[in-house]
Design a protein around this ligand. Structure first.
Ligand code: SF4
Length: 381
């Protein structure tokens, strides 16, 4: 295998590995079991480690999750990253047991609204320093800092993401903290390519974590991701990657296999893209699920949506299927039709408009009705 020519980013150590500089591109995944289910989560971490995961992320949203993660960490050798969304203070409970903290700048607003985000980030930096953790600034298209979104044209989703990421890099550096990487994720591979390229032009020194969020089920999810990665990694960008796939828990290792496969193909020149990703036709995006998923029927539902909507494959429409309330409402805004799961019902949306909530056994027929109406409105005649 020939070596992939890489941009020289700064080195960031994460437990027993390092990313950036001359280090190989690290491959990572995230658990999808309920974090308080210690046995199932330990088993999934072991499954991912066996498949070759360099870093494994676990979501923590509550004290219950945090104390479970501490038990989990005691039973595994993996380099663990904790995924924090709204409740950033939980970092202090888990940091002694993990090697990396991930925060999302767009989710630092929900708790303690009067406190400036700078104070919250300073708390995370202090916690990371004290416990020898790296940090990832994880910017997501569906949950960008609202102040940044308001500054730009509503059709420009890239500039707010970019500005938010750069602002956080500069703030972390002003605190004397450089042990961090950045991710800029979207479900559209073309946007992932653009935002990461623009970021790397401005900050070529900062290691990049690459991913196409809500890529969906294999094989489509792998293909979408592959095309973004080929264009970025093929041009020297990317220090760690995650392939996000909607698969059942016992197949989560496929994310690692897919990631390693893509890297090997790029290194050997087996690339398909140079051409832009062709987004025409029906595009189904679905989240890879994680411990936040509100009902385990989600993965099956994503498959059923794909099957049910196959008849509409020639229409340029996007249907989004999301597993929970943390990212579901925001990430479905840009889709023509969106579903996001609650424990006992599924929320249906048309763009940003809510169409109501339906039981799991009724949602498919309701979605089909909306899909038919939309096709009639947009494409008839
Ligand atoms: S939408 Fe929710 S369940 Fe799905 S991956 Fe994102 S946080 Fe996890």
């Amino acid at each position: 295998m020939t070596a992939i020519k890489r941009n020289r980013t700064r080195e960031v150590r994460i437990g027993s590995i390092a990313i950036g500089a001359e280090h190989p591109i690290a491959v990572q995944s995230m658990t999808a079991t309920k974090t308080p289910n210690v046995d199932a989560t330990v088993e999934q971490i072991q499954q991912l480690s066996k498949a070759g995961a360099d870093i494994i992320r676990v979501a923590v949203d509550s004290n219950k999750d945090a104390s479970a993660l501490n038990e989990i960490a005691a039973q595994v050798d993996a380099n663990l990253s904790v995924d924090l969304q709204e409740n950033y203070r939980l970092a202090s409970v888990v940091a002694p047991h993990v090697q990396k903290l991930r925060y999302n700048p767009g989710h630092l607003y929900h708790h303690e609204r009067d406190k400036p985000w700078q104070e919250k980030v300073a708390f995370l930096v202090e916690t990371a320093r004290e416990h020898d953790c790296a940090i990832r600034v994880g910017v997501n298209c569906g949950s960008v800092d609202p102040e940044k979104v308001d500054k730009y044209d509503p059709n420009d989703s890239i500039s707010p993401m970019l500005e938010s990421a750069i602002e956080h890099c500069e703030y972390l550096e002003s605190l004397g903290f450089e042990r961090f990487c950045v991710s800029l994720k979207d479900s559209d591979p073309a946007k992932v390519v653009e935002v990461n390229q623009r970021f790397a032009e401005k900050r070529p020194d900062i290691p990049l974590h690459l991913g196409v969020t809500e890529a969906g089920m294999p094989p489509d999810g792998v293909i979408k991701t592959r095309i973004a990665f080929e264009q970025l990694i093929g041009r020297g960008m990317g220090d760690t990657i995650r392939v996000s796939l909607t698969v059942p828990n016992d197949r989560k290792f496929e994310e690692i296999e897919a990631g390693r496969g893509i890297l090997e193909d790029i290194a050997n020149g087996r690339v398909r893209s140079v051409v832009d990703f062709n987004m025409s036709g029906l595009n189904i995006i679905s989240c890879p699920s994680c411990s936040r998923v509100e009902n385990e029927a989600f993965v099956e539902l994503a498959g059923q949506v794909k099957q049910m909507s196959a008849y509409a494959k020639q229409y340029d429409l996007t249907i989004a299927v999301m597993g929970c309330r943390v990212n579901g409402p925001g990430e479905t805004d840009d889709a023509d039709l969106g579903l996001w799961c609650a424990p006992n019902f599924v929320n249906l949306k048309k763009g940003t408009e809510s169409l109501g909530a339906y039981p799991y056994d009724e949602i498919l027929s309701r979605l089909k009705q909306e899909l038919d109406t939309l096709i009639d409105q947009k494409f008839s005649g």
